[in-house]
Design a protein around this ligand. Structure first.
Ligand code: TRP
Length: 334
């Protein structure tokens, strides 16, 4: 606990381009958390290399993600935004925690099973120990809370198990983190199959709105969104496509689903889709402009990287030193 505030930790992988789902479901909700918590947000580039990356493209994507965090409104002074690979303590603690994690536990991870099936030609040890690195991320900063989506809940559970196991042997070293239960973001579904989550890896480009899509692309994709033949804008499970569009419209405008139903009562799907496309495009426009401005300001971003790397390393190192001492490594001579 720093400054009497609880600590919150989260991050995103440095790969792929973010979607509207990442934005409405996570990033947008991070913006106000620094008032209540001491916050750390990593660009999780160590995790990214569990899948093969093209170096030049990867370097650009990782820096773009950090820039996008800031462009979306995360204040880099109030929030510690940094690259995981710049803080060596992550890899070091990860090794130690590997020795406190069982093969059987890791074998049960559904993400490992899914990714192994998807990358059958590259089932590397990093993919297997991915959750241990994630545990190291969280435990290094003594995080009290971690906002994660349902797909990462199992990884948070194993983090808690590892922390409790370690504490059971060595005393209270780690804070045992909880899932962040504050306001949860909207769950955005695919525009082409509203029973599936919107995903950046969808093969159908019309299924997802990318955060960097321009206005025309956004409107075109919404126009093509799969709906139904009920011809009424109603918020119900029987109309998953329309329900998803209402959820998106609600998340952007702050209006309740009932208000949206009323607003579009008697209007056709064409009008509604256009309206959703417009509010989304208008929401993203300032983010794009800020992103462009920041991308050109290399010195500013470099400064943020340097400052926040140091800040993150300071907190991480405190925990790492404690852990090293607890497990019995020989003291350093200065
Ligand atoms: N595995 C997370 C994801 O893919 C990213 C991540 C890595 C993370 N380390 C973390 C999220 C620590 C929260 C806390 O979404």
């Amino acid at each position: 606990m720093l400054d009497g505030k609880k600590t919150l930790y989260s991050g995103m992988q440095a790969t792929g381009t973010l979607t509207l789902g990442n934005y409405l479901g996570a990033l947008k909700n991070w913006l106000t958390l620094a008032d209540e918590y001491t916050t750390f947000y990593g660009v999780m580039d160590l995790h990214s290399i569990t899948v093969r990356q093209d170096p030049a493209d990867f370097r650009k994507k990782a820096r773009n993600l950090l820039t996008l965090y800031i462009a979306a409104g995360l204040d880099p002074v109030k929030n510690c935004i940094y690259f995981q690979s710049h803080v060596p303590a992550h890899a070091e603690l990860s090794w130690i925690l590997n020795c406190f994690t069982y093969m059987g536990e890791l074998n049960r991870m559904t993400q490992f099973k899914d990714k192994s099936a998807k990358h059958a030609d590259n089932i590397n040890a990093g993919l297997f120990t991915y959750p241990v690195l994630m545990a190291a991320d969280i435990l290094l900063y003594q995080a009290d809370v971690v906002p994660v989506g349902v797909d990462q809940m199992q990884h948070l559970e194993i983090t808690r198990d590892i922390a409790q196991r370690f504490n059971g042997i060595y005393g209270e070293v780690f804070t045992v983190p909880e899932a962040y239960l504050g306001k949860v973001g909207a769950k955005v579904m695919s525009l082409q199959d509203p029973t599936k989550k919107m995903s950046k890896s969808d093969e159908n480009p019309n299924a997802s709105i990318l955060l960097m899509d321009d206005t025309d692309t956004i409107i075109r994709k919404f126009k093509r969104a799969v709906t139904d033949s009920e011809a009424q804008v109603r918020y119900r499970d029987e109309q998953p496509g329309i329900k998803n569009l209402i959820d998106i419209y609600s998340a952007v405008t702050g209006k309740k689903p009932e208000e949206v139903e009323k607003e579009f009562d008697g209007k056709g799907y064409g009008d509604f889709k256009l309206a959703v496309g417009e509010v989304v495009a208008n929401m993203l426009k300032p983010v794009h402009e800020e992103f462009d401005r920041l991308t050109k300001d290399k010195a500013f971003i470099d400064g943020i990287i340097k400052e926040n790397d140091e800040k993150a390393a300071y907190y991480a190192m405190k925990t790492l030193r404690k852990v090293q001492k607890k497990v019995g490594f020989t003291e350093r001579i200065r």
